[in-house]
Design a protein. Structure first.
Length: 163
């Protein structure tokens, strides 16, 4: 098995053109504007799918950010540690179907990384619009802080193992 990239992958997925459904992409874009340590690789994964497979194969740790339609209060941020495709929240758009299929493929190939999934509860999928609604925009600083806290914890744990 080939050596994996030691960087922590932070991958935002979603459709930027569909309002709150693009919260993962918005988060990735904002993280890319920050002065982050070299230990992190941030990727705008768009609508996901098999074109992201190489990122998952190359990294030991992946932090995913995505929106979810669930019964939680609008803007609720949850961290899920999915191990199987069925552990992902119910699909709400086409990108989730591709993501589930990709996770299944990684499991079959025995190349599944450690995935940490941040989901943000949204109210609906807007058909058009590149802006987040006010409640989701208000959660963005909290989401970015949680992502960076986890990324730093993973990086510190990874560094401790290498020592």
């Amino acid at each position: 098995m080939k050596q994996r990239n030691p960087k922590i992958l932070i991958l935002g997925i979603g459709n930027y053109l569909m309002g709150d459904e693009g919260v993962g992409v918005h988060a990735a874009n904002r993280l890319q504007e920050m002065d982050l340590p070299i230990a992190f690789e941030v990727v705008d994964g768009g609508t996901g799918g098999f074109h992201l497979l190489e990122y998952f194969e190359k990294h030991e740790h992946v932090i995913l950010i995505d929106a979810t339609l669930d019964k939680n209060e609008l803007g609720t941020i949850r961290l899920i540690k999915p191990r199987f495709a069925t552990d992902f929240p119910r699909a709400m758009s086409t990108h989730d179907i591709g993501l589930r299929d990709m996770v299944s493929a990684l499991q079959i190939m025995d190349k599944m990384p450690n995935i940490h999934l941040f989901v943000v509860s949204i109210e609906s999928i807007q058909q058009q619009g590149i802006k987040l609604t006010a409640p989701i925009e208000a959660t963005m600083p909290i989401l970015l802080n949680k992502i960076m806290e986890l990324a730093n914890q993973l990086q510190q744990a990874q560094s401790a193992v290498l020592i």
